[in-house]
Design a protein around this ligand. Structure first.
Ligand code: ATP
Ligand code: TZE
Length: 273
């Protein structure tokens, strides 16, 4: 039986640590959302570095407290850099996460993701349900980088994610209207958030780098619970304080930056599956 007050205290403890330590987060992401990614890391209290040249990334990752990679827009150089950085992170036990953007619509990305996971053993695998089905070798109906309308939450999906987590010795984050976080043994459902988060591009990419900041202290599972809840609550607050996608985007960053412990505790909607 999970004690909600203890969970909230544990998550807030990690949240405070980010602000106290200002950990350096190495983000190898895509040019579509790179600026929003850098800003959400800053808003969390951490420091972003978006380096991606293959000649420098080993050094940058080695100096960082966590690594986030993202397959949203791939080039040979960026993919090469991801492998270099991922291996350094693994060797040095620097927490890492991969965002599996597009592996359900691109076999090239799927094959790279499989290679990256085998070589670098990232701590967290993140995607939408179509992408995670693709990783599990299942058919799916993704629409480009977006989740397919029939790839929805069900008991079978949860079992599939738990198996995938155990097989890869990783925590899985499946983002969507209900987020699923599992390490194969313990599974949580996250129900914070708002549909407005899908009206701007890159909120999934922002979740990826925010998660990297939240796992910097090596508490991988609770770090994932924290990031998903911060982004969801921030979406809710932003929706209450904006009039459309433009103001929502700015209000989202403000909400991450200004979130109080009380807002977090009162709004958190995590439950064990
Ligand atoms: N219908 C919804 N209701 C509430 N929250 C949602 C909804 N859809 C997505 N979210 C939230 O939005 C955030 C991003 O998740 P989503 O699955 O949309 O990412 P994504 O498709 O990878 O995004 P992008 O490709 O734009 O980077 C998550 O925090 C998720 O909980
Ligand atoms: C629109 C888009 N295309 C590739 S990545 C990206 C940002 C959301 O993942």
């Amino acid at each position: 039986m999970i004690n909600k007050a203890t969970l909230i205290a544990d998550l807030l403890n990690i949240k405070h640590k980010i602000r106290l330590a200002s950990p350096l987060i190495h983000c190898l992401t895509n040019p579509i959302s790179i600026n929003d990614c850098a800003n959400i890391v800053l808003a969390s209290g951490a420091k972003p570095i978006m380096a991606e040249h293959p000649a420098e990334v080993a050094q940058i990752t080695a100096a960082a407290a966590a690594l986030a990679v993202n397959l949203g827009n791939v080039t040979d150089a960026r993919l090469g850099s991801m492998l270099i950085s991922g291996k350094v992170a693994h060797e040095k036990s620097i927490p890492s996460i991969i965002d599996l953007v597009g592996i359900a619509c691109s076999d090239f990305r799927l094959e790279f993701a499989q290679k990256f996971i085998a070589a670098c053993q990232p701590n967290v695998l993140k995607g939408n349900l179509s992408e995670l089905k693709a990783l599990a070798g299942l058919s799916n109906n993704a629409c480009g980088i977006d989740v397919g309308s029939s790839d929805t939450l069900s008991p079978d999906t949860i079992t599939m994610l738990q198996t995938l987590a155990r097989k890869n010795k990783a925590v899985i984050i499946a983002s969507g209207p209900t987020d699923i976080i599992t390490d194969g043994t313990t599974t949580f459902l996250g129900n914070n958030g708002t549909a407005e988060l899908t009206n701007i591009t890159g909120t999934g990419c922002m979740l990826n780098v925010l998660t990297a900041a939240c796992i910097f202290s090596q508490n991988i599972f609770n770090g994932c619970l924290l990031s998903i809840t911060i982004l969801g609550i921030s979406g809710e607050l932003a929706a209450e304080n904006s009039t459309g996608p433009g103001t929502f985007r700015a209000a989202l960053l403000d909400a991450v930056y200004n979130m109080t412990d009380e807002e977090f505790a009162n709004r958190m909607k995590l439950k064990k599956a």
